[in-house]
Design a protein around this ligand. Structure first.
Ligand code: HEC
Length: 117
């Protein structure tokens, strides 16, 4: 009885941290909201299809990542949220944590996941 309560509580924490199988954080984001955010902030570099061919891409000294390719599909939500928050230092990928709330970052990730389907 006690044990099952502890297990249940652990499960909830694991879900909140995005550790539970099939309980990625992207599932707590809204792809519909994410689409608007993506269109404003990400599309110029990553492109409307997420393939990294946005209008600003040719001007960058490093190509934007293909967000719908195998690499990103294989990355966990946790890893991608980290990258979106902090950017990729030494590349044109900027950190977004100052400009987007944690929820908006989850929304945009949900949208990226929906593009990759
Ligand atoms: C100024 C151009 C630019 C903008 C704007 C931009 N990115 Fe990027 N992004 C890049 C580049 C360049 C890379 C590749 C960095 C590298 O070489 O590792 C990248 C990489 C990434 C990656 C890592 C993919 C991987 O391979 O793991 C993610 C995720 C990502 N961007 C998401 C976003 C999201 C979400 C937004 C909008 C909120 C955004 N980016 C806006 C240029 C941009």
């Amino acid at each position: 009885m006690k044990l099952s309560i502890i297990l249940a509580v652990n499960g909830v924490f694991a879900m909140m941290l995005g550790l539970g199988p099939g309980h990625g954080l992207a599932e707590t984001g809204s792809a519909a909201n994410g689409k608007t955010i993506y269109g404003t902030h990400c599309l110029p570099c990553h492109g409307s299809t997420g393939e990294g061919n946005g209008p600003a891409a040719p001007m960058l000294d490093k190509p934007p990542a293909n967000l719908v390719g195998e690499d990103v599909r294989g990355d966990s939500d946790k890893e991608l949220l980290q990258i979106i928050r902090n950017g990729v230092p030494g590349t044109p990928m900027p950190p977004w944590k100052e400009n987007l709330s944690a929820q908006h970052i989850r929304d945009v990730l949900a949208y990226i996941r929906s593009l990759a389907q």
